[in-house]
Design a protein around this ligand. Structure first.
Ligand SMILES: [Fe+2]
Ligand SMILES: [Fe+2]
Length: 374
């Protein structure tokens, strides 16, 4: 256990606290968050950051149009998709002893419902996360003091609008229901938006939230046999790889000059974000929607946490975050505080995987398609 309060609680794995976390008024259509950062003009228009400049050029030529570059005429049979996913991936319940639990008597029909609700839940939270990225990146346009970063961030704002648009359209026309934002994801986005220090927006969004999203999209892209979602994710990932690179390239420069206590604050911020994202992945709302009471919901998330297949999946989602934190010097600074925390979370094994500073060119599927199709 850690020596700090994390995500508003002492025990990292306090399931009652995780389950009872709430976010906003039920049914509210908007949420206001005070943004405590100053908007910064710069009068230095010198193009002094070639890596960001190169990224900006790439972003300008690899834009795509969600309404015409995806084939929305494809019909999606959600039950078939859920069955195919379960066949390939196994439900989390596989290999678990369910005797004595609320799930003991569940059959194929109930687990199919879980599969369908999981899709609705996952795509809904991708959509909400994309809106978080839209707002955070608009904030970076205002707060970053470098002209090359303002230029690049403006292209990311467009990318994120497109991502919200395509996920919303997919949910509305191909799936069977929306979920409100997961409370742990919501609180994380609030923290990032409220921050006064401009580098924290990058750390929370580009490194942590988008690092996880890139890994999650990659996993789902591999898993799904549904052609529209596959193509949608392929294009979204092309953009996301640039976004994570934007974070790595920008923060590398900033973090070289920070003091020990300043770096420690960044380490704690990154760790809290990691815990909130771990909590978000427990997908507690699905069990509530399926009519389980509090005790049964707790049992469900306990089972999710115990499932070996789920643990592997959750660890994989940190496969971009950990090497990127290492590249930024956050893992081992001070007394290697963040290394210890990531070790406790069971994700340190990814530290030497490829970081995302340069990976975006190889992942540019939009450019590849244009080279083939002219
Ligand atoms: Fe995005
Ligand atoms: Fe993004």
């Amino acid at each position: 256990m850690t020596d700090i309060t994390i995500a508003g609680r002492i025990e990292r794995d306090d399931l009652d606290a995780i389950l009872s976390t709430v976010y906003g008024e039920p049914g509210a259509v908007t949420r206001s968050v005070a943004d405590n950062a100053d908007a910064i003009f710069t009068w230095d228009y010198e193009r002094s950051r070639p890596a960001l400049s190169k990224l900006y050029e790439k972003a300008k030529t690899s834009q795509w149009n969600g309404s015409v570059d995806l084939d929305w005429s494809i019909d999606v049979d959600q039950e078939q998709v859920a069955l195919a996913n379960a066949m390939q991936n196994g439900g989390f319940e596989a290999n678990l002893d369910l005797s004595g639990t609320a799930f003991e008597k569940w059959g194929d029909a109930e687990w199919l419902k879980v599969g369908i609700e999981s899709q609705n839940w996952m795509l809904s939270n991708f959509m909400h996360g994309e809106q978080g990225a839209l707002i955070c990146t608009a904030k970076i346009v205002e707060t970053v003091p470098w002209i090359d970063a303002k230029y690049y961030a403006s292209t990311q704002v467009m990318d994120e609008a497109r991502h919200v648009e395509v996920f919303a359209r997919y949910l509305d026309t191909k799936l069977s229901g929306h979920y409100p934002i997961n409370p742990h994801l919501g609180l994380l986005l609030d923290d990032i938006v409220a921050e006064s220090r401009w580098d924290m927006t990058y750390l929370g969004m580009q490194i942590m939230v988008e690092g996880l999203a890139l890994a999650a999209f990659g996993f789902l892209h591999q898993l799904t046999t549904e052609p529209l979602l596959k193509q949608l994710l392929r294009y979204v990932m092309s953009d996301e790889a640039r976004h994570v690179a934007f974070g790595v390239l920008s923060l590398k420069e900033v973090y070289e000059d920070l003091s020990g206590p300043e770096i420690r604050e960044r380490q704690e911020f990154a760790y809290e974000a990691a815990v909130r994202m771990r909590d978000r992945l427990l997908s507690q709302e699905i069990w509530e929607r399926l009519g389980l009471n509090h005790a049964e919901q707790k049992q469900a998330i306990q089972l999710v946490m115990m499932s070996e297949q789920r643990q592997l999946f959750q660890q994989m989602l940190f496969s971009k975050i950990v090497p990127n934190c290492k590249k930024l010097g956050l893992l081992d600074a001070g007394d290697a505080w963040l290394r210890q925390r990531f070790t406790e979370l069971g994700v340190i094994q990814f530290e030497d995987w490829v970081d995302t500073g340069e990976e975006y060119e190889a992942l540019d599927e939009v450019a590849k398609d244009r080279a083939v199709n002219g």
